[in-house]
Design a binder for this molecule. Structure first.
Ligand code: GDG
Length: 472
């Protein structure tokens, strides 16, 4: 029977060195949970990089065996691969381009060579496991060339691709010297998915203009196949967030945290360290709010969690320093002995504490300058089991297309965001409840499990349609 292979740059585990040995820490992320029902069943498997470099052949052999038990297979990257393929081409060329930060784009031919080399390594690792009729589901921007490499080797395989970050306008894509190869790479798939309709439109326009392939109603006509392109907005594991928020453990943490911060109104912000998330801009807004509204002094605090990420990339190092400086300035200017305006944490928290932060906060301020989807805003809404609280959400996050009952803002409009915070602070409980309930209804219905189902059902449909066209 044909099996399914999930492929992503990172495996849903982290490999850590401890006392000369390796330890595996499973990822509790939504994607890993959603795809769990797939890769953990039958002969299915997940292939990817375990997140650490391992040079010793004996250790590699040991890791392969251990991962096999977890239904995973590793692609080992060297230090050079990590620097040039991951930190280089993926995070210094594609990431800024796809998030409209063209000023950060690096055009380095050596990075491009590394990108091609590593995509080829992934292809070879998959070919060792794959049979000709298998289904292979490739994830995200680090592996754009992989669908075509696989198609060339396995013409009858079912190949799907999902991109988790935005797909920008043709005007941006055409700046990348290797744009044609990248688009042709993705087009090795049978089904291509994005979070939003706009991403899908941009992709189809770029494919038409750069590769010359035409499309109609979401179907690209390739030489001998049709390829379906559509939007599949990703959901969260709603039940898990709801259950955790109601749990005694989380509620005890809430009590404890509340004792420490007092009864200040709390604005929560949670992001990976990334310039696309608009963190400095948000601090400027909060600074301005405190300047203009003296009545809020001592009555409102921001809890700002920044999760360390890509800190070897220069633009990220600079961003971290900028955030440190800005938080320091606001706190230095306004703190009192019993009030801290910004509680800033540069680290991640265990899930129960994350749930407590969601549960106890009055406002979630989610204002990325660009975001493929953004799951934090969805997790906040799912955790508001008492149906109070306000979500302020950037129009530039994919999630804003679904969460129309949030207070939507343009993150570049400083005054607009200040007004939104003020609106949230003064919003009547009845209105808060109406908005939260309506968003919860949608998030519960379209959770991560539904997302996987809709995507895989569509994939089956596309293959059927292809077969019908061939037999005509
Ligand atoms: C990419 C796209 C798209 C955060 N802090 C802690 C913690 N987190 C978890 C959150 C959430 C995840 O990290 C962040 O997800 P986002 O969606 O917000 O952002 P990216 O990492 O940039 O993800 C994005 C996503 O892919 C999926 O397609 O939505 O647009 O950029 O789940 O809960 N988890 C724990 N402690 C923390 O302190 N345990």
């Amino acid at each position: 029977m044909a099996k399914t292979i999930i492929v992503s740059n990172r495996l849903p585990i982290s490999l850590r060195h401890r006392n000369g040995r390796f330890e595996f820490k499973p990822s509790a992320g939504g994607l890993a949970t959603g795809l769990g029902s797939i890769y953990k069943s039958g002969e299915n498997i997940w292939i990817g990089w375990p997140g650490n470099t391992v040079e010793d052949p004996e250790q590699r052999a040991e890791i392969i065996l251990e991962l096999h038990e977890l239904k995973m297979a590793p692609v080992f990257l060297t230090k050079k691969d990590v620097e040039e393929f991951y930190e280089g081409f993926s995070n210094e060329t594609l990431w800024p381009a796809f998030h409209y930060f063209t000023q950060y784009m690096v055009y380095n031919p050596e990075h491009w060579e590394a990108y091609k080399r590593v995509n080829q390594m992934f292809c070879e690792a998959i070919l060792k496991k794959a049979d000709p009729e298998d289904t292979i589901w490739v994830h995200d921007y680090q592996l754009l060339l992989l669908p075509k490499l696989l198609r060339d080797a396995l013409p009858n395989a079912t190949i799907a691709f999902f991109q988790h970050i935005p797909f920008p306008s043709y005007e941006i894509i055409r700046m990348i010297p290797w744009r044609k190869e990248l688009l042709e790479g993705i087009c090795g798939s049978d089904l291509i998915g994005f979070h939003t309709y706009d991403d899908m439109r941009h992709f189809l326009s770029a494919v038409g203009r750069i590769t010359g392939l035409s499309s109609e109603s979401g179907y690209i006509q390739a030489e001998n196949r049709i390829i379906n392109v559509d939007s599949f907005p990703m959901g969260i594991d709603y039940g898990k967030f709801e259950k955790q928020a109601k749990s005694r453990k989380t509620q005890n943490i809430v009590k404890n945290f509340r004792n420490q911060v007092g009864d200040s109104k709390l604005i929560l912000t949670i992001d990976r360290l990334d310039y696309s998330k608009g963190i400095p801009q948000r601090i400027h807004v909060f600074h301005e709010l405190l300047k203009k509204h003296k009545d809020l002094h001592g009555k409102i605090s921001m809890i700002m969690i920044v999760v360390p990420s890509r800190d070897k990339v220069q633009s990220y190092k600079e961003l971290k320093e900028e955030i440190d400086l800005l938080v320091g300035r606001v706190n230095a200017e306004y703190s009192t002995l019993n009030w801290v305006p910004i509680h800033y944490f540069y680290r991640g928290f265990p899930f129960e504490e994350l749930s407590a932060f969601y549960s106890m906060s009055d406002i979630a301020l989610v204002t990325p300058l660009r975001d493929g989807m953004n799951l934090v805003c969805k997790e906040f809404v799912a955790s508001k089991t008492d149906r109070s609280g306000v979500l302020i959400l950037s129009e530039m996050a994919g999630a804003s297309k679904e969460l129309q009952d949030a207070v939507l803002v343009n993150p570049n409009d400083k005054q607009g965001v200040i007004d939104a915070i003020y609106q949230a602070l003064t919003m009547k409980p009845q209105e808060q409840k109406a908005r939260i309930v309506s968003m919860q209804y949608n998030l519960k219905k379209y959770d991560i499990f539904q997302w996987v189902k809709v995507f895989t059902d569509r994939l089956a449909h596309v293959k059927k349609k292809q077969a019908e066209l061939v037999s005509k």
